[in-house]
Design a protein around this ligand. Sequence first.
Ligand code: V07
Length: 250
Amino acid sequence: MQLNPEEKETLQKIDRRLVPAHVAIIMDGNGRWARAKGLPRSAGHRQGVETVREIVRFCSYLGIKALTLFAFSTENWHRPAEEVNFLMSLPEQYLQTELPELVKNNVMVKLLGDPQRLPEQVTRAIDEGLAATAKNSGMTLSFALNYGARMEILRAVEALIRDLPENKDEVAVSEELFAAHLYTAGLPDPDLLIRTGGEYRISNFLLWQLAYSELWFTPVYWPDFSKQHLLEAITEFQQRERRYGRASGK
Ligand code: V07
């Protein structure tokens, strides 16, 4: 892994045995990054994909077990058709170039969200990615696409009711049973949520799963988010764990 002197120094400060198992990221600020540079929004999204490439590689290198990226929300369909079409070309673009390396690095790709409304071009590319990495046992890389947490919870309720034994008027639903019906079934809850782009909101992302997560916000736009920023988030996460770890609600 190529690291500059600053990154090497920050990397030495983190405890490699205590890296968060699951990092989730709301990748915000692509449009504003582009506007600040006088570029079209698509240029921001394209640069955003470059950041995804770099951060995925780096998380895998750090031994993070799960990385979850919020790529497209159910609300994003309200954007202009031209922008939506461009965004929908990105999964294929990313996987075409990255899939061989993901396979080599033992990364398993996962999709969180409703695949129904996605264009066929997207589901085809993703199905290929899922199939090629299904047996991998390294980092789980989940893309939240056409994802909304409230919808995810409602679907879990429906699926749970469907699975219930009949003729029972009292049912016990444990947290574990409920979580097994979410898109994130099998993944640990995120230890750390990062949001770039300067907004201080959860925006309907992983509402159930973020119950105990550390939250880390930065004004940095996603296309400018770097390995150094991720290391700073992890450093802060480890300091908070040391301070509050024993007293935490978990
Ligand atoms: C998208 C780039 C990152 C910034 C946020 C919005 C734009 C990677 C993917 C992707 C999705 C699924 C997949 C592989 C890659 C992606 C969309 C937007 C819609 F299997 N980046 N990225 N998908 N952006």
